[in-house]
Design a protein around this ligand. Structure first.
Ligand SMILES: *Cc1c(COP(=O)(O)O)cnc(C)c1O
Length: 421
């Protein structure tokens, strides 16, 4: 795919570093996903992967619903017009304020992650004189390998163990203000093999039937997670959406034949947004150290923790391109791309094959639309949040201003006003 974006103009207009989202790619991804997968399947966008309201608005226009995990995410979903019936709230440690907001708004379902949380939510619903629909998040006893981060088959803070749920009797009766309507399982993330998604789904649908039978509830909803991945590193391949559809859709058909009114939910964050995002940085200085070339840029770890891969055993590079000038035919060298932070961890790419770099060059970290600034330590060294920009067919638009020094200092200054003595 040739890149026709005018990166130089974008950099001049909005400054760097900045996250640039391609609206066309966002629209295309949700449209492709919905077209390929079963029409009865609801796709809930996980705001955790990218909470920018404009990103959600585009995905929502394409049919995505909202999976939220905080008061702010809930408000973002409501503010872009997601109907309460299309919002679920999830998370292992929901506060009383969060449970209250769910009940007040009347969202479709709270995904309950512990027996104590059920008790607490029941009390909140009672207080408000309503019944709240609930999905039980189950920590499955099994896991399929092939996910980069497997959730099931291990002790976890998420959900209620499968054996515990299946051993419970009278759960519905003990919670008169809750409508225990279904089961939620999230088995892993960054899955690139269609087969693994299908196996996980098969297991979850079966588990949901067993839980419903055991608890004596009608199975109104099953949320089988998802975890669809995108390739970041050499040797990884794209998830084959058509192959996934070919295996998953008949499975859902079969389930629907037995449960024609059960709502089917898949959650997705990364798959919907990652490819649409580029983290745009400008080279400030170039230098050599012991014979190796370094480009020190204005962007780094504080905005893009994922690219740095802290915690991984081997540092692997996200795709990084020189943008905004044609360097075809120029000699290439393995450049290490670093940022402004005073820590050796601030390395965005190690020995990346790139043309001769010079100050003012633009570099883009690709596939950066998911788990970017909101999943990074943006306050480290007090540089703050980068700008976020949307590219549309008509032009470009600022979605989020970068933090100014005043923005960064304001919370310290306002804390002074609240001193008690
Ligand atoms: C993080 C998370 C998601 C989104 O995961 P992706 O890999 O970004 O699709 C969905 N559901 C749950 C429960 C999660 O914790």
């Amino acid at each position: 795919m040739t890149d026709t974006t005018d990166w130089r103009t974008i950099a001049d207009t909005y400054g760097t570093p900045a996250y640039i989202y391609d609206g066309g790619l966002l629209e295309g991804r949700i449209a492709d996903t919905r077209r390929a997968l079963h029409p009865a399947l609801d796709i809930f966008f996980s705001l955790k992967s990218n909470p920018n309201p404009a990103v959600l608005a585009l995905l929502h226009a394409g049919g995505a619903k909202a999976e939220v995990c905080s008061l702010a995410e809930l408000r973002i979903a409501r503010s872009v017009g997601v109907a309460v019936d299309d919002i679920i709230f999830l998370g292992p440690g929901k506060s009383a304020a969060e449970l209250t907001a769910c009940v007040r708004e009347g969202i479709y379902a709270v995904v309950c992650e512990s027996l104590q949380e059920l008790d607490r939510l029941d009390a909140v619903a009672a207080e408000h004189g309503v019944r709240q629909r609930v999905m039980l998040r189950v920590n499955p006893a099994f896991s399929v390998s092939g996910s980069r981060l497997t959730m099931g088959g291990k002790p976890r803070q998420f959900g209620i163990d499968e054996e515990v749920v299946l051993g419970e009797t009278g759960l519905a009766g003990r919670h008169p203000h809750l409508d225990i309507a279904g089961v939620h399982v999230y088995s892993g993330t960054r899955i690139l093999d269609a087969d693994v998604v299908v196996k996980n789904t098969e297991y979850t649908l079966d588990l949901a039937e067993r839980v419903a039978a055991k608890l004596g509830i009608s199975l109104d909803v099953v949320d089988f997670g998802g975890g669809l991945g995108v390739p970041y590193f050499d040797g990884e391949h794209e998830l084959d959406l058509e192959a996934l559809a070919l295996a998953l859709n008949p499975l859902l058909d079969k389930f629907r034949a037995a449960h024609p009114t059960t709502r089917l939910i898949m959650e997705s964050g990364r798959y919907l947004t990652a490819d649409a995002g580029t983290y745009l940085m400008e080279v400030r200085y170039t230098k050599e150290s012991m014979g190796e070339p370094f480009a020190v840029t204005d962007g780094g770890t504080h905005h893009h923790m994922a690219a740095v891969g802290i915690g991984s055993f081997v540092k692997r590079n996200f795709p990084i391109d020189l943008l905004g000038r044609d360097a075809t035919g120029e000699g290439r060298r393995p450049w290490t791309i670093t940022g402004p932070l005073c820590t050796p961890n601030d390395t965005v790419g190690k020995k990346v094959d790139l043309p001769e770099l010079r100050p003012g060059d633009l570099l883009g970290v690709r596939r950066s639309g998911a788990y970017g600034p909101s999943a990074s330590p943006v306050l480290f060294l007090s540089h703050g949040h980068p700008a976020e920009v949307l590219l549309t067919g008509e032009g470009s638009r600022l979605l989020r201003a970068r933090d100014t020094t005043d923005d960064l200092l304001a919370p310290y200054l306002s804390a002074d006003d609240t001193t008690t003595n």
